[in-house]
Design a protein around this ligand. Structure first.
Ligand code: C5P
Length: 313
């Protein structure tokens, strides 16, 4: 008698980039990480990650950032896929294709997004139906921003960023991202933050009531004045032109501007879609920004887009 098993030929997941609306960085902990109080916000710049059975484990990157992403065993999506295989007690390699639109080493959690997508895609490909709690465990083992890429929306992150609580928000915000040439290393930016604060008492991290009120109101002007990032000075210190870029963006019409995470991407907030278009054009006209991207937020976290089913008798 034949047993009928449903096998997916591939699974494709779309996953968003993030910007931190607030990033409050506490002292370095004994494990080397910094305690954070942050507000993550998922925006409509997406990577699309496909997994399919293959003879060997491997990663292929497509899109404009192809040569900037490692495709060896250090690739976070590959490590994610291997973790899901272990969790399902499987030894079936996959080939991962990443169609990349999230800037690499840009402070928008692109690598973490791909890892979150690989978790969801492998779970779907193999029909494992791992619980959300199990996926969260695997995500936290991969990196501090991976849990948020699973979740999306707008959320407070604590711990080292992996503990999440949803935030009540109204409306949609319109963003323009100025992408720099060449990324910044996240550990280097945290190190520089520590160096700049040496000898000063660092307060425990906390999120501000002003930001929560702004997000509840849906007013982009209030949100613009509540944006803050403790890593910004460190990013400016390592990449001085970023300071002028933030100032220039505000001068040409952004309601507010902030380094995204550890940078070097800069996020500018506009009043509405039309304002974002005008701002994107004006930023491009500066001639100093290699790439300008428009996006809206909040958007959903990693989710399966398509899958093909076949019957294996
Ligand atoms: O967790 P993830 O691998 O994304 O972190 C990359 C690096 O960023 C860490 O090795 C650490 O140097 C720094 N980091 C930190 N504190 C955090 C998150 C990241 O110091 N909360």
């Amino acid at each position: 008698m034949n047993t009928v098993r449903e096998v997916r030929r591939h699974a494709t997941v779309r996953v968003p980039a993030k910007v931190n609306l607030e990033l409050s960085v506490g002292p370095r902990r004994s494990d080397g990480y910094h305690g954070l109080a942050t507000v993550f916000h998922a925006v409509s710049i997406y990577d699309i990650v496909t997994v399919e059975p293959a003879r060997d484990w491997g990663v292929v990157v497509e899109g404009p950032y192809t040569d900037q992403v490692p495709v060896d065993e250090s690739n976070l999506a590959l490590r994610a896929a291997r973790l899901v295989a272990e969790a399902g007690e499987l030894e079936t390699p996959v080939r991962i294709t990443i169609d990349k639109d999230i800037p690499v080493a840009g402070g928008m959690a692109g690598g973490s997004a791909d890892a979150a997508a690989a978790l969801v895609a492998c779970d779907a490909l193999w029909g494992l139906e791992l619980s959300r709690a199990r996926l969260d465990e695997l995500a936290a083992a991969l990196g501090s921003d991976v849990n948020f890429a699973l979740t999306g929306g707008t959320a407070i992150g604590s711990g080292r960023g992996e503990e999440l609580a949803p935030v009540l928000t109204s409306g949609t915000y319109h963003w323009v991202f100025a992408v720099s040439e060449g990324g910044l290393s996240t550990p280097a930016v945290y190190d520089e933050c520590d160096r700049l604060r040496e000898g000063r008492r660092v307060r425990p991290p906390e999120t501000s009531d002003a930001l929560m009120a702004a997000l509840r109101s849906g007013d982009p002007h209030s949100l613009a004045s509540a944006l803050s990032n403790d890593l910004q000075e460190a990013a400016f210190s390592l990449r001085p032109p970023l300071r002028e870029l933030v100032e220039a963006g505000i001068e040409i019409g952004a309601l507010g501007g902030i380094v995204s995470g550890s940078g070097p991407t800069v996020a500018f907030l506009a009043a509405d879609a039309e304002g974002a278009l005008d701002l994107a054009v004006a930023l491009a006209a500066l001639g100093t920004v290699p790439e300008v991207k428009r996006a809206t937020g909040p958007v959903h976290g990693a989710h399966v887009l398509t899958h093909e089913m076949t019957r294996d008798h």
